[in-house]
Design a protein. Sequence first.
Length: 280
Amino acid sequence: MQIDIPFILLLLLNGLISLAFFVLAVVYFFVEAKNTTRSIGGRTVWISALICAAGVTNAFLIRYAIVFPKIGGYDLNSDFNFFTSLATAVLSFFPYLFYIRCGQHFAEEREMPGSLCLSAAGEAGHLDWRRILMPIPFLVVWTFAWFAIFSPEPTDLALATSPEGNGPMVYVYTFFTASILAPVQEEILYRHFAMGLLYKWFGRSKAATVLNIVLTALIFAVAHAGVVSEDWIKILQILPAGLVFGWINHKKGLEHSILAHSAFNTLVIPVSMLLEYFTK
């Protein structure tokens, strides 16, 4: 069995970054954010509980509603994977509570948009759909053009996490994970918290803003490694999306970057199906 050293190194790097984010979130929560964001404590509990419940739902869908292929030692339908996913989902309540409240604390401290529904005014505000949707066609075209040029092979991990068949539950699962769960989780971590943290450290000058958006986009891209034969191809494919979501978050806040992320993931799915159908 060939060992993929670059992927293992990227996996370790991503793990260390995730651990560092969690530790920093815990520290900043108890040192600063716990007091400054006390007024939104109830709302963040509900949001974290919903994310936790969505993760639990996802674990049950994978175990009982969807069939996945057993490839390369991966078995998503196994009891071990089910209980691991269930435990991860339940335990995610506290990390997301810390990420949300710290991110909002950083945003208000630096006078950034943060989360509109958690703002001091307590109002959802106006959604700028033009800013949300305008970059999405470019990202979709870039994705398919990039993969058409380099044509990477999917890894065992990618194949093992792709549902078998095309029944209704497959579409429900795909939409739920790609269009709802992943955008919410990733934008809270990489944009709301991580960008807020870097704004706290480096300020919000033009140079600091560019550094912030680029660095968090790179971290976001590295977290998506492991699904194609050459990791650099996937990283460079998803990097522009990270840059766009970061810019949207910088200008308009968390809800806007979540919706942009969701729109991108949602549009990629049917376009992929159409291309696969017409190229058979």
